[in-house]
Design a protein around this ligand. Structure first.
Ligand SMILES: [Zn+2]
Length: 398
């Protein structure tokens, strides 16, 4: 009996031991489950939050768990604020007092601080240099001398070159009306079959003129004639695509199509730079038309003398109308296109000869000598004319 009792006690001991071991293992396992997650404090823009993270963890896993993408700073231009460099500055990541990177391991209780990279504005550089002269009026109906550049100190963005500040050291000289005996011939509505005849007369007389061309004529032979005009050194001018004499009353879309379209035809079909001048068909002008030309960097070129050659008066009548109205700075309106130009062709030579006999010199409105320079019409020994004062209102074109 005593033997059986000992045996029972042994079994109980074994069972108890097994039970204790199992319980111990279970509790150890429970303890290890509790250790698996670590607590990290995330500090971003002064906002703190705690996160429970599974080890092993790095800065990257903490940020991914928090759904945080630290902001990368951009470099912005000083004038317009456009982005010059994306990723100009990286955000800083700090664990305590150590700057770390995304791969750095984090341990329980760590405090991860994100310092976002701010956008930066580029620096500026100051330089002294020429500043452009005050511009010509938006609309001219007689010849103007361009002004003279001034001197100034200009602050620009280091990278963008954007101008942010300008200090005048010496002011520019404003443009001024021509008061010397300089005049200009302008020819409208070409190219046309008579254009080569006009060119021949101008070549013989050694005169440069301005040709205000209509876009729709720039086809086939018209292109050849127009290229001859440009090739012989005459000045080109935009006279719209379709020669709408009432453009000022049309919607902006039509004004754009006619003015911008005319420039595109001239530059594309002739391979020239955009002309500096716009001449409105029929003189049809409005603030919208002027603004559209200005936006195309064009001055509206009106005229001083309109002898109505398009109405085909006798050549002698065209000549006398021009000569009777001639004055310094005059812009003479004639036509190389738009119909039979026999009377105009017969008038050009006498106009040139008679004007020259009176001491006039022919120039183009883009090549007038600047204010203060000896003019083409003035004797070289004469003193330069003093700069003129600010112009008054413009006269009406014909
Ligand atoms: Zn015209």
């Amino acid at each position: 009996m005593a033997h059986r009792r000992r045996r029972l006690r042994f079994l109980l001991t074994v069972v108890l031991a097994a039970l204790v071991t199992t319980l111990g293992l279970l509790s150890a396992s429970a303890a290890s489950v509790g250790l698996q997650r670590i607590t990290i404090t995330l500090d971003r823009k002064g906002e703190r939050r705690s996160l429970l993270v599974d080890p092993p963890a790095t800065v990257a896993t903490v940020l991914a768990l928090a759904g945080v993408v630290p902001t990368t700073g951009r470099l912005l231009s000083v004038g317009t604020g456009r982005v010059l460099v994306e990723g100009n500055a990286k955000p800083q990541l700090w664990l305590g007092s150590h700057m770390v990177d995304m791969e750095t391991p984090v341990t329980d209780g760590a405090s991860l601080r994100i310092v976002e990279a701010p956008d930066e504005v580029e620096g500026t550089v100051d330089a002294e240099g020429d500043v452009p002269p005050p511009p010509l009026p938006d609309v001219i109906s007689e010849l103007w001398r361009p002004g003279l550049p001034g001197r100034g100190r200009v602050a620009r963005g280091l990278r963008s070159g954007e101008e942010v500040a300008r200090t005048t050291i010496v002011p520019g000289v404003p443009p001024a009306r021509v008061t010397d005996k300089e005049i200009a011939l302008t020819f409208d509505d070409g190219p046309w079959p008579s254009t080569p005849d006009v060119l021949r007369i101008l070549r013989e007389k050694q005169v440069k003129a301005t040709f205000c061309m209509v876009g729709y004529t720039l086809e086939g032979e018209g292109i050849t004639r127009a290229k001859a005009v440009a090739g012989e050194g005459h000045t080109l001018c935009n006279h719209t695509v379709h020669h709408d004499g009432h453009l000022a009353k049309k919607p902006q879309a039509v004004i754009d199509a006619e003015i911008v379209g005319g420039n595109e035809l001239l530059t594309r079909r002739l391979g020239v730079d955009r002309p500096a001048f716009y001449r409105p068909p029929g003189g049809s002008l409005s603030p919208a038309v002027t603004a559209t030309a200005k936006a195309q960097h064009q001055t509206v070129l009106m005229w001083t003398i309109d002898p109505s050659d398009y109405k085909k008066p006798p050549a002698t009548e065209i000549v006398s109308r021009v000569m009777g109205a001639l004055r310094p700075g005059a812009i003479i309106l004639l036509h190389d296109g738009g119909g039979d130009r026999a009377q105009t062709l017969a008038a050009i030579g006498p106009i040139i000869d008679q004007a020259r006999a009176q001491g006039y010199v022919f120039v183009t409105p883009d090549k007038v000598t600047p204010v203060g320079s000896p003019s083409a019409a003035a004797p070289t020994t004469a003193p330069a004319p003093p700069p003129a004062t600010i112009p008054g209102p413009l006269g009406q074109g014909g």
